[in-house]
Design a protein around this ligand. Structure first.
Ligand SMILES: Cc1cc2nc3c(=O)[nH]c(=O)nc-3n(C[C@H](O)[C@H](O)[C@H](O)COP(=O)(O)OP(=O)(O)OC[C@H]3O[C@@H](n4cnc5c(N)ncnc54)[C@H](O)[C@@H]3O)c2cc1C
Length: 584
């Protein structure tokens, strides 16, 4: 049941066992799974509004228009990035039901087996290993056919997928004119082997992209985990436009009171609060609640209540560089992007039949690769020898607004094994002020090295015989650019893939670092758990939504194992307290 206003909720006179802060990627998984048990009453407080009828959210090809600077974006900006000529970058996060899963680019890559095995090793909990998580991957995933119903044999490995999960995943549903060249290139250059399915745990190689799309429409945590059949549960309520400001300590010492602002201020007291506000929102709420580095909190006038200096630290993100090539063809996106008539035709086609270019995100292939020489200079930052340092993303056009002339292919580059760490901190005690976000992109020599080598690799890929006569020259660089020229180009043009992780990292029970125990309870605190990508101790070498869903699916089971049906029957349900303290 979705409610827009606190007044609608108070009328219902309900009490809640669980309050989930943030109806985003992870939060909606928890909401769905906990409300499977009719005895668990669940409330989701989401700061943003509804995702209904937002074209740029629903239609895959326009995903890059869903943010930044839209009503569905938190509209954050980073601090000036030292390694990027001091540029501050937009730092989109979904401000809408579904969170970032409603505004992301839908690429669905789980990460490598080694990525999750590293979670397990670092946290001391084998439950976070790949093998133990496979059932949760399958609970998340409902692999469906491509929207154009083409034969997908040879484009993925059915053995590694889930077909009865909740969140739809598919292969591209519109053929790109460069598809065959890309696949041919994987047979021509040993450096870029074909990978049948990078969701198998072995990510290395180039292959067909998989994305959270069904019938040419986005599948988000909102459209899937909060689909009508789940939202109709009488024990599941979602309050939109409810921005949580702090988690307050109750008289028992537990952090179980959720303070939020809407039109009015209010507070709830459930059995357990689950913070799922994401890698920016979660540390922000924790610090305002007095949980963090005591001296830093004191200096801002916030009373420190729990000493956890790791809150907001360890921010990891993937740096991205759009790298395009002029091509000898007019069959690229630029042709219709420059023509309002053609764009409208494609839009109509999508609206009426869910076919055509707009059923897909702007890429059909991607690949993950290692730099063999990296270990001569740096400690290997990857989670293991089978895990990548960088990613190449192939698109039939230039990503971003097209220049007045030229047609393009992109082989963009991302550093997926970053060593630099940034932070999310506070600028003031004002609970509504934006936090200070410093992803520290390319903030280490190893990361700069990886990006430089990724660019050279992109150029080698674009020089495969399969592209002879098609690819003309790089846009902004040339095939013989020096290292210094490449580095300067990166500093001037690189950005992020929008994958912040790790700001409330899990660590072994009893560790002096980290923010949550392996069961995701906040250290030294009762009543409060964190379930979102902020708990990842290392960022996976992959796009991060799949890892978020996987973490959340396991977390739901961890919570259920504590609050089983019988437990709740003996625990007296607390009433939520709603205090009218005046207009906000
Ligand atoms: C533009 C963009 C493109 C991306 N592309 C991809 C991609 O192609 N593939 C991929 O795998 N990943 C992609 N990602 C990353 C991926 O979407 C995220 O890693 C993942 O969704 C994070 O999930 P989460 O649950 O941690 O946070 P979120 O999904 O962001 O959820 C947090 C939720 O909490 C809410 N919230 C925050 N603060 C409060 C508060 N104070 N009170 C109440 N609610 C609050 C937010 O509004 C939001 O709904 C992209 C992200 C962005 C922004």
């Amino acid at each position: 049941i979705i409610l827009q206003n606190i007044a609608d909720l108070t009328k219902l006179k309900l009490s809640f066992d669980f309050i989930i802060v943030g109806g985003g990627t992870a939060g909606n998984v928890i909401a769905n799974r906990l409300s499977e048990c009719p005895d668990h009453s669940v409330l989701v407080l989401e700061a943003g509004g509804s995702d209904d009828n937002v074209l740029n959210i629903q239609m895959p090809f326009f995903a890059p228009r869903a943010t930044p600077g839209t009503p569905q974006d938190w509209n954050y900006t980073t601090t000036p990035q030292t390694a990027l000529n001091g540029r501050s970058l937009p730092y989109p996060r979904g401000f809408v039901l579904g969170g970032s899963s409603s505004v992301n680019y839908m690429v669905y890559t789980r990460g490598s087996k080694e990525d999750f095995d590293r979670f397990s090793k670092v946290s001391g909990d084998s439950g976070w290993s790949w093998d133990k998580l496979v059932p949760y991957m399958q609970k998340n995933e409902r692999f469906v056919g491509a929207s154009d119903h083409h034969n997908i044999n040879g484009q993925y490995n059915p053995a590694v997928h889930g077909f009865s999960g909740i969140n739809s995943v598919s292969l591209a549903g519109f053929p790109s004119p460069i598809d065959s060249r890309v696949i041919q290139a994987t047979t021509q250059l040993k450096e870029f082997p074909f990978n049948l399915d990078m969701n198998s745990g072995s990510t290395l190689g180039m292959g067909w992209g998989q994305s959270t799309i069904k019938n040419g429409t986005r599948s988000s945590s909102s459209t899937s985990y909060l689909a009508p059949e789940f939202l109709s549960r009488p024990n599941l309520h979602v309050l939109l436009n409810a921005r949580v400001t702090r988690i307050l300590k109750t008289s028992t010492g537990a952090f179980q009171t959720v303070e939020f602002v809407q039109d009015l201020n209010g507070a709830f007291h459930p059995h357990e609060v689950v913070l799922s506000a994401g890698s920016v929102g979660t540390p922000n709420i924790l610090m305002h609640s007095g949980i963090g580095n005591p001296s830093k909190l004191t200096s801002l006038g916030i009373k420190p209540l729990v000493n956890l200096p790791s809150v907001g630290q360890n921010l990891s993100d993937h740096t991205l560089l759009f790298l395009s090539y002029f091509v000898n063809s007019t069959d690229t996106w630029e042709t219709w992007e420059r023509s309002p008539t053609l764009t409208q035709q494609l839009l109509n086609q999508w609206s009426t039949s869910r076919t055509g270019q707009f059923v897909d995100l702007p890429l059909n292939h991607l690949g993950f690769f290692r730099i063999p020489t990296l270990v001569n200079q740096f400690k290997d930052p990857a989670s293991g020898p089978g895990t990548s340092h960088y990613e190449l993303i192939v698109s039939n056009g230039l990503l971003g607004p097209p220049p007045p002339t030229g047609n393009f292919m992109s082989v963009s580059c991302a550093v997926v094994a970053p060593t630099a760490r940034g932070s999310v901190t506070l600028s003031s005690s004002n609970v509504l002020a934006d936090p200070v976000i410093n992803p520290n992109l390319l903030g280490s020599p190893a990361d700069v090295f990886i990006m430089r080598e990724a660019i050279k690799s992109s150029m080698r890929f674009a020089s495969a015989p399969a592209f002879a006569g098609y690819v003309l020259s790089p846009n902004g660089l040339n095939f013989n650019s020096t290292d210094a020229e490449i580095d300067a180009f990166v500093r001037a043009n690189a950005g992020t893939v929008f994958h912040p992780a790790g700001t409330a990292s899990m660590s072994p029970k009893g560790a002096t670092w980290g923010v949550v125990d392996p069961d995701l309870r906040v250290k030294g605190v009762s009543g409060l758990r964190i379930v979102d990508l902020s708990v990842a101790p290392f960022i996976p070498a992959a796009h991060t939504q799949a890892a978020t869903y996987i973490i959340a699916e396991r977390a739901a089971d961890l919570i259920k194992s504590i609050w089983g049906e019988n437990d709740l029957q003996v625990v007296l349900k607390t009433q939520y307290i709603y205090t009218e303290v005046g207009k906000h």
